[in-house]
Design a protein around this ligand. Structure first.
Ligand code: ADP
Ligand code: ASP
Ligand code: MG
Length: 406
């Protein structure tokens, strides 16, 4: 009897009818002779709605209370899914993250899982029950409720699959699998049959919201096969797996677009050792994620430093930067929210050259100016004006022959 962990995203459990449909799918897997653990997200846009609601009450809520609020979304859907399974005549039991021993650190709103003790899940499985677990949430050793970052139910699912030594993890969502680009932005994008952990990790951290990036890190570390499939259709999804020879031959496998970042520029920063360290240390201390960084020496023995942060952390970042800028005698601090980051990813880039020049020339041909560039072994990212992001992603996707039409 194999153990399978399934995860259903918010759109898959958006209303009563959809929850009943998920219940049928889960029961089908159980009847086929599997032990089934199901992770669910909050219904539809409930997490966004709760965030909006909180802002009406307090625009700057404490992170602890925010986690307390957001964790309720998943508790609604687990109970409803258990009721749906009961209605269809099968045994199921729902648990919150803390109830199944998901212990995290204390970084509210982006906590990391430290440990899982799934004894209650194992017991319920032995009793023949379908086990339903709330995604996205955990508890600190001191008993505080935490959440794992937006899209974090994926992480709950993969981490549970590892902890329970599942055969594989199945992520059910509203598209057929992982595509060469977001099919909503680039309708010509093609579904991939398989993709490596490294590629989807890059794509996810570069803006492809189809999977939570830390869920892939965990999958990779423990070599847990992950299937991404459509929750409404019985079509073959995408397998996330370790790389094989055939996969290396694909030079560029996907394009990602991120429109949720903003740029901060510090003009006239003193050019001496330790200044950048101080600025970025204070950002790290405030738990602000910094993405791309560029530094340009000017003629006047000072430098300009630009970097990007998530838009929802911009105010926090500016507060920190402005205060250290004053102490360090920085000339001026400017921010820009009208930016987009477009990236190409592929493990074949390790052994092929000319990808950057092709990407830059197609942008030039379309009169799209490049503001920042960053590269790694398997990706190239550029920052362009916010209103040019979609066009940039489309022309790059086409230039690398990734679409169905080619
Ligand atoms: P869920 O609620 O099931 O977790 P998400 O909205 O988090 O679903 O993720 C699914 C969405 O991810 C899709 O609707 C799609 O628009 C988006 N997406 C972005 N990039 C990709 C990609 N490369 N392949 C597939 N989907 C993508
Ligand atoms: N409900 C949470 C969110 O909207 C977690 C998830 O969907 O995975 O981010
Ligand atoms: Mg998601």
């Amino acid at each position: 009897m194999s153990l399978i962990v399934q995860k259903y995203g918010g759109s898959s459990v958006a209303n009563a009818e959809k929850i009943l449909r998920v219940a049928q799918r889960v029961i089908k897997r159980k009847k086929a002779g599997n032990k089934v653990v199901v992770v669910v997200s909050a219904m539809g846009d409930m997490t966004d709605d709760l965030i909006d609601l909180s802002k009406q009450i307090n625009p700057d809520p404490q992170e602890r209370e925010m986690d307390m609020l957001l964790a309720t979304g998943e508790q609604v859907s687990i109970a409803l899914l258990a009721m749906a399974i009961h209605k269809l005549g099968h045994e199921a039991v729902s648990f919150t993250g803390p109830q199944v021993g998901i212990i995290t650190d204390a970084f509210h709103s982006k906590a990391r899982i430290q440990n899982i003790s799934p004894d209650r899940i194992k017991k319920a499985l032995v009793q023949g029950k379908i086990v339903i677990v709330a995604g996205f949430q955990g508890q600190t050793p001191a008993g505080e409720i935490t959440t794992l970052g937006r899209g974090g139910s994926d992480l709950t699912a993969v981490a549970l699959a590892v902890a329970l030594k599942a055969k594989h993890c199945e992520i059910y969502t509203d598209v057929d699998g992982i595509y060469t680009a977001d099919p909503r932005v680039i309708p010509d994008a093609k579904k991939m049959d398989q993709v490596t952990y490294d590629e989807i990790l890059e794509l996810a951290s570069l803006g492809a919201k189809v999977m939570h990036s830390r869920s892939i890190e965990v999958g990779k570390k423990f070599n847990m096969p992950i299937w991404v499939c459509n929750s409404h259709k019985d079509v073959k999804g995408t397998l996330i797996t370790k790389e094989n020879k055939a996969m290396e031959e694909v030079v560029v496998s996907g394009v990602a677009l991120a429109e949720d970042e903003a740029k901060i520029t510090l003009f006239r920063v003193q050019d001496r050792p330790g200044v950048a360290a101080k600025i970025f240390q204070t950002l790290a201390d405030a738990n602000v994620n910094v993405d791309m960084i560029i530094q340009n020496k000017t003629k006047t023995n000072s430098t300009d430093i630009s970097f990007t942060v998530f838009k929802n952390e911009l105010q926090k970042a500016l507060k920190v930067v402005n205060s250290s800028a004053k102490k360090l005698g920085v000339g001026e601090v400017v921010s820009d929210q009208n930016i987009a980051k477009v990236s190409v990813v592929g493990i074949g880039m390790r052994s092929h050259s000319g990808i950057a020049s092709k990407m830059f020339s197609v942008l030039a041909k379309n009169k799209i100016n490049i503001d920042m560039i960053s590269t790694s072994e398997i990706k190239i990212s550029v920052v362009v004006a916010g209103d040019k992001g979609k066009l940039a992603a489309q022309v790059i996707h086409k230039a690398f022959g990734l679409g169905k039409g080619k």
